[in-house]
Every structure is written in structure tokens, then in C-alpha cells.
Design a protein around this ligand. Sequence first.
Ligand SMILES: Nc1ncnc2c1ncn2[C@@H]1O[C@H](COP(=O)(O)OP(=O)(O)OP(=O)(O)O)[C@@H](O)[C@H]1O
Length: 304
Amino acid sequence: MTTTEVAPLPLGTGVDEAALTVRGLGKSYDGRAVLDGLDLDVRRGECFALLGPNGAGKTTTIEILEGVRRRDAGEVRVLGEDPARGRREWRARMGVVSQGEPAGQALSVREALDHFARYHALPRPTDELLAATGLEAKAGTRVSALSGGQRRRLAVALGVQGRPELVFLDEPTTGMDPVARRQFWELVRGLRADGTTVLLTTHYLDEAAELADRVGVIAEGRLVDVAPPAELGADLRRRATVSWLEGGARRQVVTERPADVLRDLLATTTRGELPGLTVTRPGLEDVYLQLVGAVPATAGGDPA
Ligand SMILES: Nc1ncnc2c1ncn2[C@@H]1O[C@H](COP(=O)(O)OP(=O)(O)OP(=O)(O)O)[C@@H](O)[C@H]1O
């Protein structure tokens, strides 16, 4: 299993490439450690997805990076600054889509967007935001009367309204229908094309695979692996499961050399046939489940 390298605090170096750098991040609630030596690097212009089970500490990490939650230990730089001392001008360079309710409940969607546009130097036009988030038909509806998925869309619109350099998206598509989710993916691709750095958390592995240049998996308070989605858990992916039927019972072998296993098996059969033969390798979900310790490391996966 690949583990994130623990470098000796190269903070302040390579600032041009790093949107954010985290070393040894620690956070406890009521004496219970949630983050315990987390290291993370996100490059400028990349889309990074933070994965992990419920309660793993994803929101805690993001809130520390946003400067709205205090850390107990570690070094953090976001857009060159320590979030614990982030100034207003620094905050203005970031967009935040948190898990909470969007502001402006008593306003219509259009009024809310127009209202918050005043806080940004160069806001995206309201009509552009309504179109990008599929909220045109709801422009006149009160925010408090929106459905859960529509509220998430508005939260996303507000989060990117100020053309942020770096946008934090905490479970942005939870509650969105499949059409809205795809619309959101387009929006994120557009942000990336403009050079915006995106850090998102999600429980949807297809979303991470679709959007992220790299994914990081949090478990036990640390990042246990960081890689492009197709390469996550490289060691685990090397193992294939060869399975076949023998005397009515299913047999299986987990191996890094499936071709060798197949050759040996075929050599022992009389008619050169192996009933029910499958060769499978772990897919992203299998690898993820193994990384977070939800299933043993030998579990099978998608057909190879
Ligand atoms: N303000 C708080 N006080 C006490 N415990 C907290 C507080 N905020 C979070 N926790 C606890 O810290 C742990 C991590 O929570 P966090 O919200 O960061 O996880 P998460 O990975 O974002 O989870 P989810 O996927 O469910 O959103 C959880 O066990 C949670 O109960």
C-alpha cells in the first residue's frame, strides 16, 4: 500500500505549484483524535478528491484549511498563508461550499445571488450561475422553498460566484439528482479549465473518478493513499482473482500472476476447459474498501 511521504516541513518552498500544503495535521474532539498526523499537498490547478468513511475527518480537514476550525497540531499553508491567521483578502481568494444551508433563506434564488454578488470584486453574472447550476426555472423561488438538491445547487453557485482561485466543495452533490450531478461535473470541469484549484469531498467514487486528478483516502486520521483514481491502491490492484468451477464447487486463487495460474490450471484439465472461469481485478470501490479496512485485502472486483 502506498503511504503519503512525510517530508520534513518543506513549507514555503515550491509555493508557486502548491495551492495548499499540510504536514502532521492533528485535531482532537473531547480528547479523541480525529486527525493524527495528516499530510496533504494539492497543486495549483488540480482537482483533488478527499475520500473516507463517515466520521473520518474530511469536513474537519476542510474547515481547518478554510480557517473556520482550529487545529491542535501541524503546519498548514493555503494559498501561501496559515489559515489560522488568514486575512480578509486571503479569504476572498477562496470559495466554500459547505454542508450547511445556503444563506439568504428569505430571498428568491436570483435575489440571493444578486445580493452576495456585492461581496465580490468581479462576480460571475447571476444568469451564468443560474444556467451553470440548472436553477433558471427556480430563479424566482424563495431559497427556503427549494428542495434539498436545489439548495445544494445554489450553495455551489454561491461558492463559485467570486471566481475563487481555490474552491472547497464539501459533499457538493449530496441529494442532487443524476442530471444535476452531471451538470455539476460540467461546472467543475469548467472551473478546472479556468485554472481553479478544487478540493472536494465525496462519497461517490464515480464522481471522484470522473473529476479528480488525484484522490486521497483518509482512514485512522491520516491519508493512507494518494494517487490518480485509476492508480489508487496500486499494490492491491496487482492482485487478480482467478475463479472456476470444480466438481460443482467454486474454487478461487488470488494471485499477482494470473497468466501463470491459468496455464497451470489448463495443463491439469483433460479437455482444456475450465467451467465458470473468471479473472477479476479490484476496481476503485474494491480498492477503496480495502484501504479503509472495510473488507479484507483479498476481495475480488470487476471482471478483468
Ligand atoms: N464540533 C465537534 N465536536 C465534537 N466532535 C466532532 C465535532 N465535529 C466533528 N466531530 C467528530 O469528528 C469526527 C469527524 O467528523 P467529520 O465531520 O470531520 O467527518 P467526515 O469525514 O466529514 O464525515 P462525513 O463523511 O460523515 O461527513 C466524527 O466522529 C464527528 O462526530
